[in-house]
Design a protein around this ligand. Structure first.
Ligand SMILES: [Zn+2]
Length: 228
């Protein structure tokens, strides 16, 4: 399956930062990066980004790319804000389009549930909105707000690498659950391999003779030349 991760905004987007100066994009892009890494541990998954570090990619360009590539799912990653100064608004919320498409609602509930249970932040629920990225995408699309930049405690979390990884794990697990993804086989380095040697010969033909006898007896035999 193909999934597009959308880290909202750009480094230089006006506003869109904590009262003490962290840009929302810095958080969004880190979570997108970690989520991509986690999703690539599953079989048959291709992950695309529609954001770029060099500029704030316009919303139309982001959704056009998703539609052109015909991805199966679109997940937009954001951090929330209430006003511009510090206040107590807080928690996590996930958005789907106002017509409540069933597949998007399922994915959104999985993300919302995993995000709140992992982080322990307030559950503000799955909500509907007429956001561009939800309206103009022709596939399952959700937008997750991972905490408030204007909440001093949550802003601290949004800066923390451990919290960013936690969000990525929640999002990747929700996607893998919703799309029934299977983990890839472990790499050869992770697999244990035990070999049995049946003989060591100076003469290659003698080795081949033993290998032939073993094969006849039903074993998988191989002659290896080992240099000392
Ligand atoms: Zn945002």
């Amino acid at each position: 399956m193909r999934i597009m991760l959308d880290a909202g905004h750009g480094y230089t987007t006006p506003g869109k930062r904590t009262p003490d100066g962290m840009s929302e994009y810095e958080f969004n892009r880190a979570v997108a990066q970690y989520t991509k890494g986690l999703l690539e541990d599953y079989q048959h998954v291709l992950v695309y980004f529609c954001h770029e570090d060099e500029r704030d990619v316009p919303l139309q360009e982001r959704t056009d790319k998703a539609n052109r590539l015909k991805v199966d799912g679109y997940v937009s990653i954001h951090a929330n804000a209430y006003g511009t100064g510090w206040n107590n608004a807080g928690g996590i919320e996930t958005y789907i389009y106002k017509t409540r498409p069933k597949e998007a609602a399922e994915l959104a509930h999985e993300i919302q549930h995993r995000m709140t249970s992992r982080t322990g932040l307030r559950d503000r629920g799955v909500k509907t909105a007429d956001f561009h990225v939800l309206r103009e995408t022709s596939m399952t699309a959700v937008l997750v707000e991972c905490g408030f930049m204007t909440n001093q405690k949550e802003a601290g979390l949004l800066r923390a690498d451990a919290f960013r990884r936690m969000c990525a794990e929640a999002i990747a697990t929700a996607i893998s659950y919703t799309y029934k993804l299977k983990k890839s086989a472990p790499s050869p380095a992770d697999q244990q391999l035990f070999k049995v040697q049946a003989g060591a010969f100076k003469d290659k033909s003698k080795a081949e003779e033993v290998a032939a006898r073993l094969k006849k007896a039903g074993y998988e035999a191989m002659v290896l030349q080992i240099k000392h």
